[in-house]
Write a protein that binds this ligand. Structure first.
Ligand SMILES: O=C(O)CCC(=O)C(=O)O
Ligand SMILES: [Fe+2]
Length: 348
């Protein structure tokens, strides 16, 4: 009886979420309905989102140099070596080494991820980062890859592999992040060696080809739940993982590991299959990391409420605090634990 009441009250919300970026099959009985996904609900969301993204990208394309646009269209990612002028990059490193700021950390398997938000307070102490995030080229590559002129969330990110006892880092399995074009960008602050967590990407895997749509359909059905299932249980990690053999069966090339020197910018549409390369020893990777995602069903490129003044710069901290509140109310789980003032270069 209570379950029926709950279902009736929440159904309008679950239905409305179909037209948003909500990606979890396990917590929405419409998005995660095995019956609906067998009838093509998930693949319809993929197709419509990609069609709208292509239209938005056509409008953003004039901002890019033709060769940059060609690289993103062909591969789904772009690598820009020596991205910042050398003096600005040296300032950036020095300012970040001098910065101790409130950090949050999250543990996945044996790996710790640390985020220091580049909010207005941090940016006052790291003016070189302010110069970076205002660079038209930086912004336009992120906008194009993410198919929206929307403010990304930007952090100083530290990945500490082998920092804990635990199973392998789940991010080392090839996966897609979600069902629609979406962007992540890394400006690496240290050299990335081939055996020390290079970013790995399957070139060209960002396209919703018939073979990919078939994989999406199978994946969505496997991740769905039968009618009447409990949708309050969490989702198993990485339902969107794919084995190297399946990648090959989709007609895609071998994954490429991006071992790159410091001051390289990588911008990727993480709808494409990617992973964090494994590391043969405990490693610390530090980067300026940007993450952009919004409702993929919006027909327009801009009109981003977060682009108002410094509001977008406060988004990461607001995001943490809203998760803190939800957890305190018993409505969610906050994986990002406050760690006090630390440096991005501190060990775990
Ligand atoms: O850190 C990396 O190299 C990639 C991790 C990843 O899969 C992601 O951030 O979506
Ligand atoms: Fe990912």
């Amino acid at each position: 009886m209570r379950a029926l009441l709950r279902q009736t009250v929440l159904m309008p919300f679950w239905l409305a979420q179909v037209a948003t970026q909500e990606k979890f099959f396990a917590r929405n009985p419409v998005i995660g309905s095995a019956r609906l996904n067998e009838r093509g609900l998930h693949t319809a969301r993929v197709k419509i989102a990609h069609r709208l993204a292509a239209a938005r990208r056509r409008r953003l394309a004039p901002r890019l140099a033709p060769e940059d646009r060609a690289a993103l269209d062909r591969d789904g990612f772009i690598v820009k070596r020596d991205f910042l002028p050398p003096t600005l990059f040296r300032d950036l490193i020095a300012e970040i080494k001098a910065l101790r700021a409130p950090a949050r950390e999250m543990v996945e398997g044996d790996t710790v991820t640390r985020h220091i938000a580049l909010d207005p307070a941090a940016l006052r102490r790291v003016p070189a980062a302010r110069a970076l995030i205002g660079m038209p080229l930086y912004r336009d590559l992120i906008f194009y890859a993410g198919s929206a002129a929307a403010e990304p969330m930007i952090y100083i990110q530290t990945i500490l592999s082998g920092a804990r006892d635990g199973p392998p880092d789940p991010q080392t399995d090839l996966h897609t992040d979600t069902f629609h074009p979406t962007v992540k960008a890394w400006l690496f602050l240290n050299d990335v060696e081939p055996e020390a967590m290079p970013f790995v990407y399957v070139p060209g895997s960002h396209r919703p080809t018939p073979a990919r749509l078939d994989w999406e359909r199978r994946m969505s059905i496997a991740a769905s739940r039968a009618a009447g299932a409990d949708y309050r249980r969490g989702e198993p990690r990485l339902v969107r993982a794919i084995s190297p053999a399946e990648v090959e069966a989709l007609g895609l090339p071998a994954p490429r590991a991006l071992a790159v020197p410091a001051n390289t910018l990588v911008v990727a549409d993480t709808y494409g299959f990617h992973a964090r390369g494994p590391s043969t020893r405990p490693t610390q990777r530090v980067e300026i990391w940007a993450f952009g995602r919004r409702n993929p069903f919006l027909p327009w490129c801009g009109f981003d409420p977060w682009s108002v003044a410094a509001l977008g710069l406060r988004k990461p901290v607001l995001h943490w605090k809203s998760l803190d509140v939800l957890e305190a109310m018993g409505l969610g789980r906050q994986r990002w634990r406050a760690r006090g003032d630390v440096s991005a270069f501190d060990p775990a």
